[in-house]
Design a binder for this molecule. Structure first.
Ligand code: HSE
Length: 397
């Protein structure tokens, strides 16, 4: 019998409890006969109507001091006390499984190191892509490859909002309210709509892929709050859609170009058809070529699916560290984005702006807003010529 403690009984925590119970028998077969049993649930709130009210505690020490608990599921979110509890659990020789991308992006290096020192595991499959398997594939199934590129739709809330704007002509505020009602959005939607959630996720994936810690604070990040219905309509004229993309290109010399921004994507591209709360991650490896991971990127049971898979993995490796790691390096390996070449989708505030861009492709106008796409140029050259006369998005070719 493997005894588990769940820290946090919110959307994901209650999903973890539900999946462990619902699939109890098949889970026991996958661990080689060891049943998984929830022994504690830590939450500050009371749940008097719960079917097992005796599981609840408000005191983390009950869990920490109990030698029977070998796996701690941290699904509290946020940095504190999730960080202190995870650290203490690992030091106490317990495995920790989490969906907490904020914590992994901030303290993952240290927590993986402590896990290694204590022959246990810090597993975080659910931190990126909700229910989509992507951490384990990068760490195991694609381990033979040098990873060259990662392109991801990594945030369900913004993908849901953009899908509503594209398919139903909704405005941003209405679509966001609906995403919050459905439980996709973070408590503070700023993390979703300003791109910080996607930024932490691409930083985690890139750290794994290149073996070096990418600090999410150093990733150029732009959200979707300034996307207008006209942007969506003129992208459509160009046979394209607008998606929030987190991407990283890893050069053979170890340099990394990483960024999060809304991009204009041709409808021919695999990522253009990823809608609603779905996420997708397109990975390019030097041996496998392109491989795409697709599924539900948020929500109670999809996220619980990934968390419980990690619980099963931890149960099979109770005192064996699985070596998931990246290192902190002291040299700067991130490419300066201003030197990167690309094309730009422009919403200019006067027709004259177009004349400053040779060979631009004119898309049309909506009153005083003029839309066009530039030819390839460096971002530096673009911003100098553009001189803030409107707004722009990058084109994903
Ligand atoms: N708020 C996140 C999203 C939840 O919308 O994708 C899953 O990480």
């Amino acid at each position: 019998m493997i005894k588990v403690a769940i820290l946090g009984y919110g959307v994901v925590g209650s999903g973890v409890y539900e999946v462990i119970h619902k699939n109890e028998k098949s889970i026991a077969k996958k661990t080689g006969g060891k049943a998984i049993q929830v022994k504690y649930i830590l939450d500050l709130r009371d749940f008097p109507d719960h079917e097992e009210p005796h599981l609840f505690t408000k005191n983390f020490d009950d869990i920490l001091q109990d030698p029977e608990v070998s796996i701690v599921v941290e699904v509290m979110g946020g940095l504190s006390p999730a960080y202190e509890y995870s650290r203490a659990a690992l030091y106490a020789g317990k495995n920790v499984v989490t969906s907490n991308k904020e914590l992994v992006a901030e303290h993952g290096t240290e927590l993986m190191e402590i896990a290694k020192e204590h022959n246990v595991n810090y597993l975080f499959e659910a931190s990126v892509g909700g229910g989509i398997p992507i951490i384990r594939p990068l760490n195991q199934c694609l381990a033979a490859n040098e990873i060259e590129e990662i392109y991801g739709i990594l945030n369900g809330t913004t993908n849901y909002i953009l899908t509503k704007m594209i398919t139903e002509g909704s405005d941003f505020a209405g679509a966001l309210a609906e995403a919050q009602r459905l439980g996709y959005a973070e408590r503070n939607p700023e993390a979703d709509v300003e791109g910080y959630d996607a930024c932490r996720k691409i930083a985690i994936l890139t750290s794994l892929a290149c073996g070096k810690y990418v600090n999410w604070r150093n990733v150029e990040t732009q959200g979707i709050t300034s996307i207008t219905r006209s942007d969506v309509a003129f992208a459509e004229k160009y046979n394209a859609v607008i998606k929030l993309i987190g991407f990283a290109k890893i050069s053979p010399d170890g340099a990394v170009y990483i960024r999060v921004c809304p991009m204009v994507i041709s409808k021919e591209h695999q990522l253009s058809d990823v809608n609603d709360v779905f996420n997708a991650i397109l990975v390019k490896g030097d041996s496998i070529g392109d491989v795409m991971f697709y599924g539900r990127g948020a929500g109670k049971l999809p996220t619980a699916s990934a968390v419980v898979a990690d619980v099963i993995d931890a149960a099979k490796h109770i005192h064996i560290n699985k070596i998931i790691t990246w290192k902190k390096v002291d040299h700067d390996f991130l490419v300066d984005p201003s030197s990167v070449v690309g094309r730009f989708f422009v919403r200019a505030n006067s027709k004259a702006v177009i004349d400053d861009f040779a060979n631009a492709e004119f898309l049309g106008n909506d009153g005083d807003e003029w839309f066009f796409i530039t030819k390839e140029m460096t971002e530096n050259a673009f911003t100098e010529t553009f001189a803030n006369r409107g707004a722009f998005l990058r084109v994903l070719d």
